[in-house]
Design a protein around this ligand. Structure first.
Ligand code: KG4
Ligand code: ZN
Length: 384
């Protein structure tokens, strides 16, 4: 069984193909995992610009798909180019006009690939970007007659952390004594704490009331004059901090008894502090980066450990782009109870990717109905 995943919820155009190798132990071979980043396009704006993101997805999707299928050895040219009925495809792609010709050209040139399912992210995310991926996938599903399944992006970020990567083999964790677990999603768009009773059994117990943790990294980085996305550069400067200048930022909402977060006060504190510095030195940038990172880590760890305690959780499961932060990983491992198990996304799967979408596609397929195309819609606020 082979599954194609498509992900376009934010600023990465992604396609991945996985092959089920072991149904009982849930083991997949990764045939391809293509990520086409739009960072260069969005840098100029200091963040993701939705209509630009959509345009880039339209521009990239067919070539990303072609690369993914090619790498998976699933691309076979037709003996001669076929004349295909454009009408039904044009109807599905009405709002994605700029990719229609390229996709129809591709479909007329290549055979139907050996795929059993196509999984596509339907939310949450930027609505125009989500629609482009969905309409593209609907066109493929309709022309190739392959079932389609909509996937929740947050669920995908969480679920991939139950897998470990060994060469190109993705294996599900065999330890069954990990539930209930507490999931922490930290990305550019989301910060949520989730009670996990089993894989796929997720309930949000808290979330950010304003900015997401990744957004806080990105916005404070921008204040310091760094480029988008700022998380990696803040982390790098923080690692170079050698003491000297000491800065103290607030840790909003850490003492409140709920599981919600707030990061906008932290951002404002950075802004005011930065304004008060006449000529920011490199040493100041390092000290400020260090304190921003530490404040975000302190908030995330404090709230997560409180949830672990209160729900008597046996494990912590982290997901999303911010989990690539090495210091966050290290401090979570140091500060949790040694008995609490901890899971991070496999290397290379922290940021947005379609591999996680294909994996959840497989896991959900078993209990899922057969979707009609018109039932699949983008939902920018989709909850798990
Ligand atoms: O999950 P993701 O790829 O996209 C969303 O769904 O939002 O996460 C992207 C976010 C960005 O905000 C980026 O700054 C942050 O992850 N990020 C990091 C690091 N690498 C990426 N934040 C802190 N430290 C990092 N090393
Ligand atoms: Zn994401």
């Amino acid at each position: 069984m082979k599954i194609l995943g498509i992900e376009t919820s934010c600023d990465d155009t992604c396609a991945s193909v996985i092959e089920l190798k072991d149904e009982k132990d849930i083991e997949f071979l990764i045939l391809s995992d293509i990520i086409s980043s739009q960072i260069e396009v969005h840098k100029e704006w200091g963040g993701v610009y939705p209509s630009l993101a959509r345009r880039e997805h339209q521009k990239n999707l067919t070539s990303v798909l072609k690369e993914s299928l090619g790498k998976s050895k699933l691309l076979k040219k037709k003996k001669s180019k076929e004349v295909i009925d454009r009408k039904p495809l044009e109807e599905i792609l009405q709002r994605e006009e700029s990719l229609t010709n390229e996709l129809i050209e591709f479909l007329s040139e290549y055979e139907k690939p050996d795929l059993n399912l196509i999984a596509v992210t339907s939310g949450p995310g930027l609505e125009p970007s989500l629609w482009t991926g969905i309409n593209f996938t609907k066109a493929l599903s309709s022309y190739w007659e392959i079932p389609i399944i909509p996937i929740n992006h947050i669920e995908a970020h969480l679920t991939i952390s139950f897998f470990s990567l060994d060469n190109n083999l993705l294996k599900i964790n065999s330890d069954k004594d990990i539930f209930p677990g507490i999931g922490l999603i930290v990305s550019g768009g989301h910060t949520q704490l989730v009670l996990i009773k089993g894989i796929g059994d997720y309930k949000i117990i808290g979330e950010t009331r304003d900015d997401a943790a990744g957004e806080c990294f990105d916005k404070t980085a921008r204040i310091l004059g760094m480029e988008y996305p700022g998380g990696p550069e803040i982390a790098q400067k923080a690692a170079e901090h050698r003491g000297g200048i000491e800065i103290s930022l607030p840790r909003p909402m850490t003492k409140t008894k709920n599981y919600d977060f707030s990061f906008s006060g932290l951002k404002t504190a950075v802004l005011y502090h930065h304004r008060s510095v006449f000529d920011p030195s490199e040493e100041y940038i390092r000290a400020m980066s260090y304190e921003i990172q530490q404040a975000i880590i302190d908030i995330l760890i404090e709230k997560t450990l409180r949830a672990v305690n209160n729900f008597k959780a046996k494990s912590i499961i982290l997901g999303g782009g911010v989990t690539s932060n090495k210091e966050l990983q290290k401090q979570f491992i140091e500060k949790k109870d040694p008995k609490t198990k901890i899971f991070f996304p496999p290397a290379g799967s922290q940021m947005d990717n379609a591999l996680m979408v294909a994996v959840v596609g497989y896991l959900k397929k078993k209990n899922s109905k057969k979707y009609k195309l018109k039932e699949i819609k983008a939902n920018s606020n989709l909850k798990i």
